[in-house]
Unconditional design. Structure first.
Length: 292
């Protein structure tokens, strides 16, 4: 059995003896006070502690804190990203979002209801006779479907993968309804899977209306379900125009699965409580933002 040299043994020390790290100044001081080197495993545990306390860490900070090369620092962040301990970002990493339990659709329709109704009314004004539109899933899209049930433009064709929306529109006169079939996601009533994606990819529409779990000027649209994100990507590609319906609580939020970047959408309809700095950033990127 091979034996460890004294040099190998020097690198091991209990993590519990590590001083608390609260900010960059403290981390810089700590790194200068360390004459020894940590093992990769110990180093990565300490990186996780910095993430817990500060929410993010850069490649340069890892290098300075542990006196390692930038190549080694990037390797540590990549290794932690592979285990899900952090989310890799440009120049560093951020703490993963704590997963939130998803609320059923009939309950979500009660949350921010007045704002969602105003958003749905503004979206309804964009829908014209003889159009083909795609409706995504979600509580605000359900409000839009309810408005179309009350006042539907002549000869409208609606494509959807959301069972609740299909139920709302199933018996509306002068409306052609196309439902993309798939595996039912019970919490939202969405139909998902490869068959749904294949059907959606084969269709074309004038306008796509999408909901979202997260709306961020840096990362774009995100949602909770990876399959739904992939389906939404097909919807965006199938339509000439994309409008996102999102109340102000969705801004700056970021969920698990990316749908599309900001450049893939033409318009956002939201309520007047949306953060002004985020609204300005979207407009700077050429996205029309309607505040209702």
């Amino acid at each position: 059995m091979p034996t460890r040299s004294s040099a190998d043994l020097v690198c091991f020390r209990p993590v519990s003896k590590r001083p608390e790290v609260s900010d960059r100044a403290n981390r810089s001081t700590l790194s200068k006070a360390r004459p020894d080197r940590l093992s990769a495993e110990e180093r990565r545990r300490e990186i996780q502690q910095v993430l817990i306390q500060n929410g993010r860490i850069t490649v340069e900070e890892v290098g300075n804190l542990f006196d390692v090369s930038l190549v080694t620092a990037r390797g540590d962040l990549d290794a932690l990203s592979a285990t899900g301990a952090l989310i890799r970002s440009h120049g560093g990493g951020i703490r993963p979002l704590a997963p939130k339990p998803e609320v059923a659709l009939h309950l979500r329709r009660r949350i921010h209801r007045e704002e969602k109704l105003r958003i749905a009314r503004a979206a309804r004004k964009l829908i014209r006779p003889w159009q083909t539109i795609v409706l995504g899933s979600g509580s605000t899209l359900a409000e839009l479907a309810a408005l179309l049930r009350e006042d539907c433009p002549p000869q409208l064709t609606v494509i959807t993968y959301a069972l609740p929306i299909a139920c709302i529109l199933s018996d509306v006169a002068n409306l052609s309804l196309i439902v993309a079939g798939g595996i039912v996601r019970s919490v939202s009533g969405a139909l998902l899977g490869p068959h749904t994606e294949q059907m959606m990819a084969s269709l074309h529409a004038e306008h796509c209306f999408l909901g979202t779990v997260g709306l961020n000027s840096s990362v774009g649209l995100t949602t909770l379900d990876i399959m739904e994100a992939q389906l939404n990507q097909h919807m965006i590609r199938s339509a000439k125009e994309v409008t996102v319906l999102a109340d102000s609580s969705k801004f700056q939020a970021r969920s698990l699965a990316p749908i599309a970047g900001v450049d893939s959408i033409q318009r956002v309809i939201t309520n007047s409580g949306a953060p002004p700095d985020e609204v300005a950033k979207f407009r700077e990127r050429g996205v029309e933002v309607q505040l209702v």
